[in-house]
Design a protein around this ligand. Structure first.
Ligand SMILES: *Cc1c(COP(=O)(O)O)cnc(C)c1O
Length: 403
């Protein structure tokens, strides 16, 4: 499998061609286009020597062989290698969900007495993991302003081991200066981790901007159909063994069908992302013209505060953005959100369907404040944009009527 994959990447094909061919070896699978799904816990060894070889393989950190379902199968490896090739890493590690990949990556590099710097607009459950779990095990956690850039240097302590970024940030969509931060950290031997879920491997490649680990919640855009939970951490050569050993030791692993469907989703990721961006851009522009809207938070818009950095570092935008409404009552908000015909009210995003969810950014910040009014996170799905605009237009009419 890796033989064929290397041929594909070495051929210098463009990204969309690679997406269709990475992690595939039809000649090894009797002609089947797609990889087989390995439903297995046990891996049978032909001999004692073969069993001992896998023990040496794990001990050395090579992790090439297959020993047990929890450690991955050839299918897991195909998915990991495909995402790794897209993001330009050494190897990747699959986890049961995005949060599992985050927990594995953080705990791989942090011990009691160490200090973690983590961005203030981080995904809420990641914040909770740091506040509730890491601190209990003696890790010092400090949140930093997403706009800090090279100013991160002043927050670094002698015991700082990891700087964790997410760009654009959850709920408020600030763009971080990832290259400026990784440059400061590289010079000091500090490990950098970036949550890349918003951009997906199509729109941003954190390792190309100096990061050590890039995390994707494959639950979102990679799978694209809101039907599974999976996480993946793409690593540099130096970061791979610590993350793999930690994921393995803590029992973070992906289920066979979820990995299969994530790899299947990857095949259409570029065209889906293009449409998500197109629809989100049109929606965001339209929302800016609405009298009910105070602000739109979407770095792909020219006048967004993060636009210049986004344009410099990203290859595209996803379909997720935030809007801040002018002050309105909760019954007004309910009148709008409760009766939408296409947009549904729910957490998560990255699937084919449009979603909205009210957000409360101030409840998830400690280093900075969100100075805005009621806010909504919008996920632009793959439906017709005219229908989506009409749906929101009817929602605004209900909001006004409920005043
Ligand atoms: C959803 C999400 C995650 C977590 O992924 P799960 O698969 O739901 O655990 C991590 N980071 C970001 C930015 C997310 O939106």
């Amino acid at each position: 499998m890796s033989k064929v994959m290397k041929d594909v990447t070495a051929a210098g094909f463009k990204r969309d061609t690679l997406v269709g061919h990475l992690g595939r070896d039809p000649t090894g699978w009797k002609g089947a286009v797609n990889p087989p799904v390995y439903h297995t816990s046990t891996v049978i060894f032909e001999s004692l020597e073969e069993l001992l070889e896998t023990r040496r393989d794990r001990a050395s950190g090579a992790f090439v062989g297959f020993t047990y379902g929890r450690e991955g199968t050839p299918l897991t490896r195909a998915f990991e290698d495909a995402v790794t090739a897209l993001e330009g890493g050494y190897r990747a590690v699959v986890a049961s969900c995005g949060l599992g990949a985050i927990a594995a990556s953080l705990t791989a590099f942090l011990s009691a007495g160490d200090h973690l710097l983590i961005v203030d607009c981080v995904y809420g459950p990641a914040r909770q993991f740091c506040d509730d779990i890491l601190t209990r095990f003696g890790v010092e956690v400090t949140f930093y302003d997403p706009l800090i850039g090279a100013g991160i240097e002043a927050m670094i302590q002698p015991n700082t081991k990891v700087v964790y970024m997410e760009s654009p940030g959850s709920l408020t969509f600030e763009v971080s200066d990832v290259p400026a931060i990784t440059k400061v950290c590289r010079a000091r031997g500090i490990t950098t981790i970036v949550d890349n879920t918003w951009a997906s491997p199509i729109c941003f490649r954190p390792l190309a901007h100096g990061a050590d680990v890039s995390i994707n919640a494959a639950t979102k855009y990679i799978s694209g159909h809101s039907d599974l939970m999976l996480g993946i951490a793409v690593c540099t050569e130096a970061a791979f063994v610590p993350v793999k050993r930690t994921a393995s030791a803590a029992g973070y692993c992906g289920g066979p069908d979820d990995v299969y469907n994530a790899l299947r989703g990857l095949r259409t990721l570029p065209i889906r992302m293009e449409r998500h961006q197109q629809t989100a851009t049109r929606l965001a522009r339209w929302l800016k013209t609405r009298p009910e809207v105070a602000r739109v938070m979407y770095p792909a818009l020219e006048d967004d505060p993060g636009h210049a950095l986004w344009k410099r570092d990203f290859d595209g935008a996803s379909g997720l953005f935030g809007i801040e409404l002018k002050p309105c009552s909760e019954p007004q908000l309910a009148a709008m959100l409760d009766h939408l015909d296409i947009f549904r009210l729910g957490y998560s995003w990255g699937g084919y369907e449009s979603l909205v969810v009210p957000t409360y950014p101030n409840t998830l910040r400690s280093a900075t404040t969100y100075g805005g009014g009621p806010s909504i996170r919008v996920h632009a799905g793959l439906e017709d944009c005219d229908d989506l605009i009409a749906d929101l237009e009817r929602g605004f009419a209900r909001l006004a009527a409920a005043a």
